[in-house]
Design a protein around this ligand. Structure first.
Ligand code: NAD
Length: 459
């Protein structure tokens, strides 16, 4: 992580880079998977990485995550510009929607960041870029923000990570969450992709930015310093459904549903504290669109255009056991109107409750400790986890020398596969319990009908 304390310097140490490129769950890091919260600094306080050499990047996807939208604070290009300054050269923007790509580039070229984009070329596919690439355009890194249905598998057209590693072995990749939104039968392929990335030695980070919150890292610090054993995680994610105008988000066949696409952030954060999950232990219930309590009055899309079986649940609530024995629970609701989400995560340990509130908008951490029934409250003005995750990843690619609390990747591809697996297990468990409930009420209705018929026969 770039810090305000000392100007960073570079070193060429294979071992340290290997150590820093994944979380402990992936088995290739000997360091603790956390960062000193004081090292997470906002963009205006960060020291820029020195040097004059170009840092070539290829952006895949010209959408909201890459160039920003009104829906939230995400905008990777903006963070890259600040991190790399004049060194940033976006050599290609790959998006089949070339008009959209050209329009966002024009805006950049009309602004003071023109030097990063004036030579950017737009391509519909990775293959087109490869065919037309000159040696000076060879990228040091790819940022993948295409829709997840086009990645995370071994199948042609949905295997961008494999294609990148085939043509640019070992090149660094930043990949947005969730790692895929394919059918559940394809989860194994995501783990194959993880293996291939790990074997290629690529420095790969997945966009679970909430791990990089200062609040999250303070929670980790409290747990580590007090040798706490997490006993339970309690997560609640309430989204402002009125603000979600993307039809695909409301259609399970397109986005895989709100747990896999959106709740994934909190399933991931739960795992960050609770560890690996016993997937067979997951149980869940849902409130569906066709139940009396499931009516929503302010949807921004026309749900009648979505096939009934693909409409999303309004509420999903799950519990599970972690391998450690701890218990996890997660409730996702699509109930709020307006704009801001309301999300909370509690982590419980002997004598302690760490409660993270509002991580998307203005994170607040409430800490209850032994010896005091009152909570201590911490706020984190100006924290920018989107910048921290990008900044960390670049520092590792650049191999910045720091101490043992230096930058490290908090979400490896393999670890993100485990979050993907958990979110699918929750969706499946809720669908199973719905099917059981429907079968039970159908059986009860049949019994009533038979009883009435019997009565009628007697008369
Ligand atoms: N971390 C966060 O908080 C956060 C926030 C927003 C989006 N995201 C993630 O970012 C990803 C993209 O979301 P978005 O909101 O930018 O979507 P978007 O629809 O705004 O943009 C996606 C872009 O990808 C393009 N595209 C489609 N197929 C492609 C392909 N095969 N190759 C390259 N580009 C292709 C589309 O034309 C579109 O321009 C998703 O995985 C989403 O979950 C994460």
């Amino acid at each position: 992580m770039t810090s305000t304390k000392q100007p960073p310097s570079r070193r060429g140490s294979e071992r340290r880079v290997a150590d820093r490129r994944g979380s402990s769950n992936s088995g290739f890091s000997s360091r603790r998977p956390s960062i000193d919260p004081s090292r997470l600094v906002p963009m205006d306080k960060a020291t820029h990485v020195g040097g004059t050499d170009n840092f070539n990047v290829v952006f895949i996807g010209a959408g909201n995550i890459m160039f920003g939208s009104d829906e939230g604070p995400w905008n990777h290009s903006f963070r890259f510009e600040h991190k790399l300054g004049l060194r940033l050269k976006v050599v290609a923007l790959i998006d089949p929607a070339t008009e959209r790509a050209t329009a966002v580039l024009q805006k950049k070229c009309d602004s003071f960041v023109v030097s990063a984009y004036q030579a950017t070329r737009v391509f519909k596919t990775l293959d087109d870029f490869i065919k037309n690439m000159s040696p000076k355009d060879r990228p040091r890194a790819f940022v993948i923000g295409s829709p997840p249905m086009y990645r995370g598998t071994l199948q042609p057209g949905r295997d961008i990570e494999i294609q990148i590693q085939k043509h640019f072995p070992g090149v660094a990749m930043f990949i947005e969450k969730p790692i895929a939104t394919g059918d559940k039968t394809e989860i194994g392929q995501a783990f194959d992709v993880a293996k291939s990335i790990s074997e290629s030695g690529a420095i790969c980070s997945v966009g679970y930015m909430l791990r990089y919150l200062k609040a999250t890292q303070l929670m980790k610090q409290i747990i580590e310093e007090n040798n706490l054993v997490v006993m339970a995680t309690v997560a609640r994610y309430a989204c402002a459904y009125e603000a979600i105008a993307k039809p695909d988000w409301w259609d399970k066949s397109k986005s895989a549903g709100p747990i896999v696409e959106q709740g994934t952030h909190f399933c991931d954060l739960s795992r960050y504290f609770g560890g690996d999950v016993d997937i067979s232990s997951v149980i869940a219930h849902s409130l569906e669109w066709d139940e009396n309590a499931g009516h929503l009055s302010k949807m921004a899309i026309d749900e009648s255009k979505i096939a009934p079986e693909n409409r999303i649940p309004r509420v999903t609530s799950a519990t599970w056991k972690y391998d450690s024995g701890a218990v996890g629970s997660f409730t996702h609701v699509a109930t709020l109107q307006g704009h801001n989400y309301s999300c909370e995560l509690e982590v419980h340990a002997d004598g302690y409750c760490l409660k993270l509130v509002n991580p998307y908008v203005q994170p607040v951490l409430h800490v209850r400790k032994p010896g005091d029934d009152h909570e201590q409250t911490y706020t984190f003005p100006d924290d920018d986890p989107f910048f921290s995750e990008v900044s960390n990843w670049i520092d590792i690619i650049e191999d910045i020398e720091e101490d043992t609390d230096a930058a490290q990747i908090l979400s490896s591809y393999e670890d993100a596969c485990r979050t993907y697996e958990l979110t699918w297990a929750i969706r499946e468990a809720s669908e199973r319990s719905r099917a059981q409930r429907l079968a039970a009420s159908k059986a009860a209705a049949t019994l009533v009908e038979e009883a009435i018929a019997e009565e009628d026969d007697k008369e």
